[in-house]
Write a protein that binds this ligand. Sequence first.
Ligand code: AMP
Ligand code: MG
Length: 493
Amino acid sequence: MPTLEFLRFINSYARLPDDFYDRPPPAPFPQPYRVAFNEKAAELIGLDPEEANRAEFVNAFTGQVPLPGMEPVSMVYAGHQFGVYVPRLGDGRAVILGEVEAPDGGRWELQLKGSGPTRFSRSADGRAVLRSTIREYLASEAMHGLGIPTTRALTILGSDMPVYREEVESAAILVRMARSHVRFGNFEYFAHSGQEQRLKELADYVISHHYPELAERDNPYLALLEAVVERTAGLIARWQAVGFAHGVMNTDNMSILGLTIDYGPYGFLDAYDPGHICNHSDPQGRYAFDQQPGIAWWNLACLAQALLPLIDANEEAARERATAVLDDFEVLFDRAWQERMGEKLGFLEVRDGDRELVSRLLALMAESSIDYTRFFRAVGRFHEPGWYGGIRWGFREPEAFDAWMGDYCDRLDQEDRPDEDRLAHMLSVNPKYILRNHLAQMVITQAEKDRDFSAVDGLRRMLERPFDEQPELEAYADLPPEWASEIKVSCSS
Ligand code: AMP
Ligand code: MG
């Protein structure tokens, strides 16, 4: 496996004109140490995991001594935050180092998050705290394990340098990886500031690097919108099916590649509660769990608005065409959601009546606060001795659940699928292990209080294979403890 010196970095984003980014000077990051290292991500870029032990690794990935070809730049972008347009955000605490040519022939863009102030920091310090980097590191790898498109995480490097939030915390840098970190907000920035030429350059950059097949289409920009609508619909359907709430679906946190990006106050559902608000800084519930599909559409409409000048020189015509594409979202999301929920229940295909059957189940689960993950993991075994009673007992109205179960069995009978095959497939889509808040919190407490970081990668390894039985880790699949309800996650990171 290659050493650090063999990583070939090029920064294609830095080849765009100057007004796409800032080049912040390296900021000090005293006495860095390694908190976590993900050998699976290292493999993606063809880096020998042993290399993480070298001082050069720490120096490069804290931004102190760049490797050849690294060119740290902070992207400029704007965004709608909680519905309000903010004309300039940008990477206030992040730099893209460049892309590594990966063994698979593709490229991975590496980004430091928490690397220090940039032109876009506004009054903030440009730093990230250990707690929030651990949460992002674990969540992105958990999502990947669940088969959900996401940015990845290579390593966390820590420093005892104090960072001031509600309390004094310690600093950390997360090294993220994605094919691209471009957001809807990058487009909004150029569109709303009237820089049409730059807007076009950005769209051309994204198309040529990430959607090359669209370049041949009649209207590549409309095709780009179409592709992003489709990917986003598929992504949100996966979030809903697994019970993931992002928490801050601002347009600057929406990936142009349809990835889950910027993990802050996210949460995986414990008890099923459609109106669950995971972000303590969102009392109105703008980003509540069941609002996510509608918000995704709203965010796509912001992207569409930004792309209008590229879609057609005639604004009316552009609007008409963009609207038609946006209108597809509902259908695409609905189909993807039905497919995802259907596979969770062991159906081979989507049939009439499935939506109603799933909705009835979810309503019963909500009414009785049934644990979302444990229920779906168990329900496929209903015919095995002892299981049905275990599944049924948590329902406040067991008879209503029995009635649902009767209809569910009838639905299963409509398809000719051996029980064994169905169960095996259900266990491959309904995870046993998810990143519940209390699990992340336990690891964070151990890291903060005891300076023991070993559990970070321990938990990450478990989450890498969420569908496998891991008997020695059985307790991690338990219901959350009482104290879990006290955990508050907010935008503070
Ligand atoms: P987020 O909520 O993490 O997606 O961040 C929203 C915006 O605030 C982005 O432009 C971030 O770069 C910026 N930001 C968040 N935290 C900090 C910080 N500590 N220092 C500088 N900028 C920050
Ligand atoms: Mg963000």
